[in-house]
Design a protein around this ligand. Structure first.
Ligand code: CMP
Length: 136
């Protein structure tokens, strides 16, 4: 049975700053993702705080929100069979040092903070995150 899902992807400031957005989009397309929506934006720190609210008790929360709002990002709605899991596999481990060969974070990630991409971690959060950025 088919299980086509949508998931949210963010190309983070470190990658946009290095002009890697097109190369990263190609990696998604090569894996069979359709990019249904995309926009390049810069968000306020207060918006990053809302987006990453699940992490608000974590010691890295403040730096994480400052970082996501520090420069332009590309936000995308990706569609594919089992897109949430497929995106997480293509991104690789949160820490680029632990990421497998062939993953985006292995190829482009600089550190656990500057790890080039974010992706929704569940179908439920994908809906919330897509609505956060594309609510019109
Ligand atoms: P992301 O998938 O965007 O979700 C939350 C982000 O927090 C994560 O990627 C990392 O970039 C960042 N982060 C910083 N420190 C940590 C940590 N110790 N554990 C998990 N995520 C961290």
């Amino acid at each position: 049975m088919s299980n086509v899902e949508e998931t949210l992807s963010i190309i983070k400031p470190d990658a946009v700053d290095r002009n890697l957005d097109n190369e990263i989009k190609e990696m998604f397309k090569n894996k069979g993702f359709s990019i249904l929506k995309e926009k390049k934006i810069q968000i306020e720190k207060s918006e990053a705080e809302k987006f990453y609210k699940v992490h608000e008790t974590k010691p890295f929360y403040n730096d994480l929100c400052a970082y996501l709002s520090s420069g332009p990002i590309v936000v995308m709605v990706l569609e594919k069979e089992n897109a949430v899991l497929a995106n997480r596999e293509l991104m690789g481990a949160t820490n680029p040092n632990d990421a497998e060969e062939g993953t985006i974070r292995k190829k482009y990630g600089i550190s656990i903070d500057k790890n080039s991409v974010h992706g929704s971690d569940s179908v439920e959060n994908a809906k919330i995150e897509i609505d956060f950025f594309f609510n019109d």
